[in-house]
Ligand binder design. Structure first.
Ligand SMILES: C[S@@+](CC[C@H](N)C(=O)[O-])C[C@H]1O[C@@H](n2cnc3c(N)ncnc32)[C@H](O)[C@@H]1O
Length: 506
């Protein structure tokens, strides 16, 4: 393979580029030349159209392959090899690209479009595929440097996850043609609540005549162990003009209240409250008449529609986790990987991030720690990165505060905008994972408010997303995420090398 680094070192200045879409060429250590944004570029901007030079397969095999061209060419759809002219050949590779490209056969060109908003001076990168012939300088630390694969047939030969020119990126894919099956996550009982019947359960409550004692009682409830998640679909307190009522516990036995003569309380008594959260505004009204209830509408009544472009995004992510899992599996770990890419609709969801994707693999073997599962680790990476970035972008914190943050697994006090609100951990994000997450990880995903998860290998004995149980389907949970099982072989994603014992918690 020809070494590009030699020629890079001889260059002193990058040529000017007259394209007016905000691109410039710049050298950078370890990568040679690259394309950079000379100004802010909005998402979905067409930034370059590169004509291609085509070589027949035999011509390429005999000559091109043995030259520096091998770093630049890729398979055209009819089997010929293509070299992008213009800026096209200068886009470097990134695991979290900000540019996607489409082959246009009719004009023999490639169109490059930003996938998210790009800041001035950011490098513009594409995704070459998962089989690289070089070590990317910005490779995530989880990937073993030994894992590079010589594909031997043209550098960019693996064009994965991109919409071809003869495909319409906005085309909606019929449900039956999708390479995954969506699992219904509404509780079997969710539909049962009608105008005539709201399912209820009996719980213990107590009246607190003096509102000043509410805080004391809430604190006592936490310490007493009665404060279990069973009632998390209900508000704890109901206020009336004369008193407040506090829900205590759903246990059959009456709870023992604190005996404090200065704090008058009623005796505990049983009341009927809704058995699950309200899914519709109507059911919220009905249920809240009984007791104030949490409103947790299903994400959408109808299954979300999938466009061709979104499917390509998902296919690329799924292929990525499967490939990474095979690599880590070869190094002696369990072949389990979880990945949270930048969302497909990054701009709409306001996901503006310097490091938009997160990936982690299972390290219970090397770490000798049974809880180092990939999904937990990826949630933790994401959680850890947010407080750090928020602090860095506000005032400089005292070093002790930074040390405290890096010590904590889940930062106990995230800065204000990242709190349990609109942008709570994984809100609006999708997790792709090789194996159906175990019960622990499925619950952690629920707490993180992930939008949806995709997995390839079902775990019928241990899985928490349809196998042993289906956590987001449980009654009373205050968030439901979508679950989709990727079909083995669907869009070329194979489960080869991903088999693990079926009693392992993934
Ligand atoms: C299509 S060329 C890209 C332009 C190239 N940097 C140049 O100066 O001509 C592909 C080559 O760029 C380099 N490259 C691309 N992405 C890289 C990355 N993330 N890290 C290191 N080198 C990279 C590798 O040498 C690769 O063979």
């Amino acid at each position: 393979m020809t070494d590009l680094s030699h020629s890079h070192h001889q260059l002193t200045a990058a040529p000017e580029h007259l394209n007016n879409t905000g691109c410039r060429i710049q050298h950078l250590d370890g990568k040679g030349r690259g394309v950079f944004a000379s100004r802010a570029i909005p998402a979905q901007s067409l930034i370059e159209i590169s004509p291609v030079l085509l070589f027949s397969a035999s011509e390429y095999e005999a000559h091109g392959k043995h030259t520096v061209l091998d770093h630049y060419t890729f398979k055209w759809r009819d089997g010929r090899m293509a070299l992008a002219l213009g800026l096209g050949s200068l886009f470097n590779h990134s695991e979290s690209p900000n540019v996607s490209y489409v082959l246009d056969r009719t004009t023999e060109s490639i169109r490059y479009t930003t996938t998210r908003a790009v800041k001035p001076d950011e490098e513009l990168c594409i995704f070459y595929g998962s089989k690289l012939w070089f070590d990317p300088v910005d490779r995530s630390p989880h990937i073993s440097p030994d894992a590079k694969t010589e594909d031997g047939w043209g550098g960019l030969s693996a064009i994965q996850g991109e919409v071809a020119a003869d495909e319409d990126p906005l085309e909606i894919i019929p449900e039956n043609d999708l390479p995954f099956t969506r699992i219904k996550v509404t509780s079997d009982h969710d539909d049962e609540d009608t105008e005539d019947s709201v399912r209820t359960v009996q719980v213990w409550a107590v009246d607190i005549p003096d509102a000043r004692h509410i805080t004391v009682m809430l604190k006592w409830l936490k310490q007493s162990g009665y404060d279990t998640p069973t009632l998390s679909h209900l508000k704890r307190i109901r206020k009336s003009p004369t008193h407040s009522t506090l829900l205590l516990t759903a246990s059959p036995d009456p709870p023992t209240l604190p005996s404090d003569p200065t704090m008058p309380l009623s005796d505990p008594y049983e009341i009927s409250v809704p058995a699950s959260a309200a899914l519709t505004p109507i059911s919220l009204k009905l249920k809240t008449a009984l007791w104030p209830t949490v409103f947790a509408p299903p994400r959408k009544g109808e299954p979300e529609q999938w466009s061709r472009a979104r499917l390509r995004w998902a296919q690329r992510a799924m292929q990525h986790v499967a490939d990474e899992a095979r690599r880590v599996g070869a190094s002696g770990e369990l072949p389990i990987v979880s990945y949270v890419p930048a969302p497909f609709d990054a701009l709409e969801t306001g996901y503006d991030d310097d490091r938009p994707s997160f990936i982690a693999h299972d390290i219970r073997t090397s770490a000798h720690h049974p809880l180092r599962h990939s999904a937990m680790s990826v949630i933790r990476k994401l959680a850890d990165s947010r407080p750090r970035r928020a602090i860095a972008s506000t005032s400089a914190p005292p070093p002790a505060a930074l040390a405290e943050l890096s010590r904590s697994a889940f930062s106990p006090k995230p800065p204000e905008p990242l709190r349990n609100g609109q942008f709570y951990l994984l809100t609006s994000l999708t997790l792709f994972t090789t194996h159906e997450p175990c019960l622990m990880c499925s619950m952690a995903l629920l707490h993180s408010r992930v939008k949806e998860i995709f997995y390839l290998v079902p775990m019928p004995r241990t899985g928490g997303c349809g196998g042993a149980a289906c956590v987001p389907k449980l009654e009373g949970v205050n968030h439901r995420y979508g679950i989709a099982r990727w079909k083995v072989g669907g869009e070329g994603v194979s489960d080869e090398g991903l088999q693990i014992d079926d009693d392992i918690d993934a």
